[in-house]
Design a protein around this ligand. Structure first.
Ligand code: B12
Ligand code: SF4
Length: 477
């Protein structure tokens, strides 16, 4: 048992590249947005005397010639094979390898042969316990998170994040999980065995915000408005902080009370909204009760009034979808003035209710996790063929990104200023890919932040004067 022979002095944390990020068609900017916040969160529990490195393969080649004592790897579904190869490599060298994250939680038996220790669920309770056990020479092979709290967290090791490599280094999460239960979402599986939605204390969240330099923030929370009381207090506290930020929320939370106005007053300038489908049958089938019977146009109007840009999320391939779903959805998004869209092919992630349903019905087409990226069809759809679904999905991105669609969507706003900003933002995102790649290669992303903030300044309706920056947690393709 090597951990008895080696003291834990050198620790390496790795986010292996998602498979699609290494394909010839990858979009470097999409993977240069957010730093590995989960790993930086875990690093906070390490002894300050440890020599710690954090490597994100999306933004730099991995150095695999080193000799760490402990290797911590975050496993998503489409980096799982890569993660296992890296894990095997370090285990051969005698390091203690710890694997955790969404995919390990979904399929622990698959991950276990590649690790000395696996972790199921969030790591805030289990990782410190593991470190204590490791120091005692008796680490377990499996830890399952049960105690769910964000109280008294040590400050995230943001010093390990190479800020210059990311467009949005100020990403932050002030909650975990979500109060809803959509059947295609990882959430229930990941948080099984304990609370599945909980927030930080407001004062701690505000303190974390205060530690971040610059003005722009990106909240990576699944549902920033999920707890209205917490959200209101957070936004009240942020009012004097001169921040601009982006986040994600559900349609019902936008329509309920005045939380969205409070958010705008605190600096919210763009929001990822899970519309998912225009079909009530599709919503019901996906367990998306919070969307059922809600007036999507009213959601749009309310956000538009506040000058908040929208990144609409849409899922194709729900039961009930027919070959016309793509045109209907794109037409609606364009005519509604949705700024950017994230389209997904419905994907039954292992561990989800959707996956169980598909498996029971014998509709799963492949277990190749590399294809579970919401761009490929991995199950047999009901109302259209797999090929129609894939072609319709690809068509939707193309159609939504055409100049005509950009101009039409930008023209849909009440305010001319909003239209101009929509146009600049949307075109900048969709039409200038080579320019982004060039900037990344020159390692000059940091120089782009003030420019983006300037381009995306407020549109007049918004209750504060703050400018804004880039788009969405699930960034559009
Ligand atoms: C940032 C992000 C990305 C980044 C990922 C790179 C990065 N820098 O992290 C980018 C933009 C590349 C991305 C892309 C996509 N994403 Co994304 N993304 C996120 C997001 C918004 C935040 C992740 C985060 O930082 N969380 C906060 C930290 C604190 O939590 P964490 O990372 O989970 O880490 C904790 C635990 O997981 C655990 N842990 C993790 N690793 C380890 C390892 C060990 C050893 C231990 C002990 C613990 C541990 O401990 C940490 C602390 O508790 C999440 C949603 C969310 N709120 O988590 C979606 C999310 C991960 N994405 C999702 C999806 C669907 C996608 C896309 C497919 C979207 C698309 N169509 O393009 C793509 C491709 C992803 C893929 N193929 O798997 C889904 C994943 C579903 C799934 N089952 O895999 C999520 C969960 C959103 C959702 N609600 O559906 N994404
Ligand atoms: S609202 Fe979003 S985060 Fe919450 S369960 Fe549904 S898909 Fe998941």
């Amino acid at each position: 048992m090597h951990y008895l022979l080696r003291r834990t002095r050198r620790v390496k944390l790795i986010l292996p590249a998602l498979t699609e990020a290494t394909s010839p068609y990858w979009r470097p900017i999409k993977y240069s947005l957010f730093p590995p916040l989960g790993l930086a969160t875990l690093a906070a529990y390490l002894d300050p005397d440890c020599e710690v490195t954090l490597q994100d393969e999306h933004v730099e080649p991995l150095d695999l010639d080193d000799d760490p004592d402990l290797v911590v790897i975050q496993v998503y579904i489409t980096n799982a094979y890569r993660a296992y190869r890296i894990a095997d490599h370090y285990r051969r060298q005698g390091a203690h390898v710890a694997l955790g994250g969404l995919h390990v939680t979904s399929l622990p038996e698959e991950a276990a042969p590649h690790a000395d220790t696996i972790f199921l669920g969030p790591g805030e309770d289990t990782f410190p316990q593991f470190l204590r056990d490791l120091a005692d020479g008796a680490p377990r092979s499996r830890y399952v998170s049960k105690l769910r709290t964000l109280d008294d967290l040590p400050p995230i090791r943001r010093d390990l994040i190479q800020r210059h490599r990311y467009l949005v280094p100020n990403s932050i999460v002030v909650s975990r999980g979500c109060p809803h239960h959509c059947t295609f979402c990882y959430k229930d599986a990941f948080f099984e065995g304990g609370r599945s939605f909980y927030t930080q204390r407001v004062d701690a969240a505000l303190a974390e915000i205060a530690r971040l330099p610059g003005r722009h923030l990106y909240f990576l929370d699944d549902h920033l408005l999920g707890n209205p009381k917490f959200a209101r207090e957070l936004f009240t506290g942020m009012r004097g902080m001169n921040r601009v930020f982006q986040g994600a929320a559900t349609v019902d939370s936008i329509l309920r009370g005045n939380t969205i106005e409070d958010a705008a007053a605190a600096g919210l300038r763009s929001l990822f909204v899970g519309f998912e489908t225009l079909s009530p049958r599709g919503l019901a089938g996906a367990g998306k009760r919070q969307n059922l019977g809600r007036d999507y146009r009213e959601v749009i109007r309310r956000l538009d009034d506040l000058g908040i840009m929208i990144n609409g999320s849409f899922v194709f391939g729900l039961d009930g979808d027919d070959p016309d779903v793509f045109r209907r959805t794109v037409d609606w998004a364009v005519s509604s003035g949705v700024t950017t869209a994230t389209f997904h092919v419905l994907t039954p992630y292992p561990g989800t209710q959707l996956h169980t349903e598909m498996a029971t019905q014998g509709r799963l087409l492949t277990n190749n996790w590399d294809l579970y990226d919401t761009r490929h069809v991995v199950y047999q759809p009901a109302g259209l063929s797999a090929d129609e679904l894939k072609r319709g999905y690809d068509w939707s991105y193309r159609a939504f990104s055409e100049w005509g669609a950009i101009i039409a969507a930008a023209s849909a706003h009440q305010s001319l200023k909003h239209s101009i900003k929509h146009f600049a933002y949307s075109a900048g995102w969709k039409k200038f890919e080579p320019a982004w790649d060039f900037v990344i290669r020159l390692k000059q992303l940091a120089q782009m932040r003030p420019l983006l903030e300037a381009i995306l300044s407020p549109v007049g309706h918004a209750p504060t004067e703050a400018p804004v920056a880039l788009e969405s947690r699930h960034v559009p393709r």
